[in-house]
Design a protein around this ligand. Sequence first.
Ligand code: FE2
Length: 267
Amino acid sequence: MTAFCLAQLSDLHVSATPLQGIVPTEPMARAAVAAVLRAEARPDACVLTGDLVDAGTADSYALLADLLRPLEARMPVYLMPGNHDARGPLREVFTHHRYLPAEGRLNYRVEIGPLALIALDTLVEGSGHGCVDAATLGWLDAALAAESSRPTIVALHHPPFATGIAFMDRLGVREGAAELEAVIARHPQVKRVIAGHVHRAITLGWAGTIGMTAPSTAQQIALEPAADAPEAFVMEPPGWLLHRRGGGVLRSAVMPVERSAGPIDYA
Ligand SMILES: [Fe+2]
């Protein structure tokens, strides 16, 4: 199989009650799952790049497990933690996700069709920022060296590159970003470095490959270029990313959650 399609959902922040009193994250996450399931491109697998839930409690992971059930019935689903997550409750509720290591950081490598997906756990529990520790870097370098011919997507919650949203960049990967850049640059089979955290689609060149962040399935973060811009969110339409490999090329598209009219034939 050479064609393959990976859906990426991010920053679901699932919660039983609306965030800030106005962001109904749970129904919004259900709408995002429905959008993936009805996509014409028919994704083969789905990765969730962190901030799976808002409060890191077992109750909220149970809610997440419930809303992911229709997706899991159709395709493999891969999870990784963000700064709003907690490893213990996540592991307890998702025991059936056998790719998750039983202890330590939730780093893993899986093969999905012709691609390898490598997830890096950047969570520093109790902090908004992330880190890529030395053990993770060593493990990643060895994993990439062991199979250098398979096109690979590296996924992590905190972008290891600056996105230009100042207050979020201050909460980026504070330790290990330069070292990660050096590791990625050594392994040209890495076709994407995909992240979440900034609740907005941003694409750039980084480490000799393409870095991308995904929109949130809930609130988006205001694209304020000023360094002293207020920390603010906007209720722009939510979205997700579709990474589709065909003819030896990996293409990534930003997809809307909202159902729209069409396709309508040009008359
Ligand atoms: Fe988030």
